[in-house]
Design a protein around this ligand. Structure first.
Ligand SMILES: Nc1ncnc2c1ncn2[C@@H]1O[C@H](COP(=O)(O)OP(=O)(O)O)[C@@H](O)[C@H]1O
Ligand SMILES: CC(=O)OP(=O)(O)O
Ligand SMILES: [Mg+2]
Length: 364
C-alpha cells in the first residue's frame, strides 16, 4: 500500500476544521477552517472535498463516546445508533458530528469512516477518579460517571512532551492544560490519565470561553426550584453565555481580552484573572493524583497563542514547584521555561488532526 491519505473532520462547538493528512510523514496536504457549524456549511464542505482528490479513509472526531464507544471504530448502522444515544450528553458537538457523517458517508461512500472518541484516551481513568458520589441506583441505571474529554489533544501533547524532553512517555508524569474554546486539564502518569477536570459532559471543570465549568450544583437546583430560570435558559446560559464572555460582557476571545485589559478595561482584566485562577485550581487538584510532576504542558488555541495566560497560570503554581518567567515566543513546540527551572513548562500546538489520522490509519 502507498502513502495513506486521511480526511479528518473536527466539528468544534463553534467551528468546523477539515484537514487532509498524509500519515507517513504527518504532512497536512490541505486544510480549511470554517467558522460556522456543519449544517450551515454545505458549499464550503463540498468544494473542499472536490479539490482534495483520492482519499483512503475519513476520521471523524466524536466528542463523547459514551459507555460503549471507547476506542476508534468504523461507522456502521449500529455505531450510528450508539452515537444518537449519547447526543444529549454533548449537545454542542454531537449533532455536528452526525451532520458530517450524514454528508460525508453519502459523498464518499466507498471509504471507511472512522469515529474517534475524545473520551477514549481517558478510558483507563482510575475508579476513584471516575466515580461520582451519587446513589448506587442512579449510577447503575444511567451510567453516571466521569469520562474526560479532549483526549485526541492529550494524546498528541503527551507524545510531543516526551519528544521535547527526550524521555520515554512511559516514564513521565505530566500536567497538561488544554485551553481553547472548551478547556480542560489532565494529569497523565506514564501515558495514562489519572485525573481530568471534565466529567460526564464537557461542561465540568475549569472555566471556558463561553462555558461556565464547575459551579455549585446546589445553586443550579435553587435557580430551577425557585422558578428563576427554565431548564432551557439554564442550559443556554451555562453553555453559551458564561465563561470569559459572561464575565467580560464583551468577548470570548483571550486575544481581544488581553488587549482590552492592557488598555485598562477592568472587566476584561477580571475575566482573565478568574480564568487563570480556575485553571490553576484545577491543575493543582489533578496534580494530587501524581507522585511528582515532570512537566507542565500548555496546549489548545489559548495554551498555544496566549503567552500571558500561560505565564499567569504557571507563575501562580509555586506551591507545585512550578514557576513563571516563560519565553513568550510561539513559533514551534518548545520548552518555554528557564533551563534552570525545577519543573519544565512546555507549549505544544494542538494537532487533533494528526491523532485522528493515525487512529483511522490503524483501524481502517
Ligand atoms: N487565544 C485564542 N486563540 C484562538 N481562539 C480563541 C482564543 N481565545 C478564545 N478563542 C475562541 O476559541 C474558539 C475556538 O473554539 P472551538 O471552535 O470550540 O474550537 P476548539 O475545538 O479549539 O475548542 C474561537 O472561536 C475563539 O473565539
Ligand atoms: C470537549 C470540548 O469541549 O471540545 P471543544 O473544545 O472542541 O469545544
Ligand atoms: Mg476543539
Amino acid at each position: 500500500m502507498g502513502p495513506v491519505k486521511v480526511l479528518t473532520v473536527n466539528p468544534g462547538s463553534g467551528s468546523l476544521r477539515l484537514h487532509v493528512v498524509r500519515t507517513e510523514d504527518e504532512h497536512v496536504l490541505d486544510a480549511v477552517e470554517i467558522g460556522k457549524p456543519a449544517d450551515e456549511a454545505d458549499g464550503e464542505i463540498e468544494s473542499f472535498v472536490d479539490r482534495v482528490g483520492e482519499l483512503d479513509a475519513v476520521a471523524h472526531r466524536l466528542v463523547h463516546g459514551g459507555r460503549d464507544l471507547d476506542s476508534p471504530t468504523v461507522v456502521t448502522p449500529a455505531v450510528r445508533t450508539r452515537i444518537a444515544d449519547v447526543r444529549s450528553l454533548a449537545p454542542e458537538h454531537i449533532p455536528h458530528t452526525e451532520a458530517m457523517l450524514d454528508k460525508l458517508t453519502e459523498r464518499l461512500p466507498g471509504l471507511p469512516h472512522v469515529v474517534c472518541p475524545d473520551t477514549a484516551f481517558h478510558r483507563g481513568l482510575p475508579e476513584v477518579a471516575r466515580t461520582y458520589p451519587l446513589p448506587e441506583a442512579w449510577r447503575a441505571r444511567w451510567d453516571l460517571r466521569r469520562y474526560g474529554f479532549h483526549g485526541l489533544s492529550y494524546q498528541w501533547a503527551s507524545r510531543r512532551a516526551a519528544e521535547l524532553l527526550e524521555r520515554p512517555a512511559g516514564d513521565l508524569n505530566l500536567l497538561i492544560a488544554h485551553l481553547s474554546g472548551g478547556c480542560s486539564v489532565s494529569a497523565v502518569a506514564r501515558g495514562r490519565t489519572v485525573d481530568t477536570s471534565m466529567g460526564f459532559t464537557p461542561l465540568e471543570g475549569t472555566m471556558m470561553t463561553k462555558r461556565s465549568g464547575a459551579v455549585d450544583p446546589g445553586m443550579l437546583l435553587w435557580l430551577l426550584r425557585e422558578g428563576h430560570l427554565t431548564v432551557g435558559e439554564l442550559e443556554d446560559g451555562l453553555y453559551h453565555r458564561s465563561g470569559l464572555l459572561g464575565l467580560s460582557g464583551t468577548s470570548d476571545d483571550t486575544r481581544e481580552l488581553v488587549r482590552q485589559a492592557r488598555d485598562g478595561d477592568v472587566a476584561a482584566r477580571f475575566a482573565l484573572a478568574v480564568f487563570e485562577h480556575r485553571a490553576r485550581r484545577e491543575l493543582a487538584a489533578v496534580a494530587a493524583s501524581l507522585d511528582s510532576v515532570d512537566a507542565l504542558v500548555f496546549t489548545g488555541d489559548i495554551g498555544w497563542d496566549q503567552p500571558e495566560i500561560a505565564e499567569a497560570v504557571a507563575g501562580g503554581l509555586g506551591v507545585l514547584g512550578i514557576s513563571g518567567g516563560l519565553d513568550a515566543g510561539r513559533d514551534r513546540d518548545a520548552v518555554i521555561s528557564d533551563p534552570a527551572a525545577s519543573i519544565p513548562v512546555l507549549t505544544v500546538r494542538s494537532r487533533e488532526e494528526l491523532s485522528l489520522a493515525h487512529a483511522a490509519e490503524t483501524i481502517a
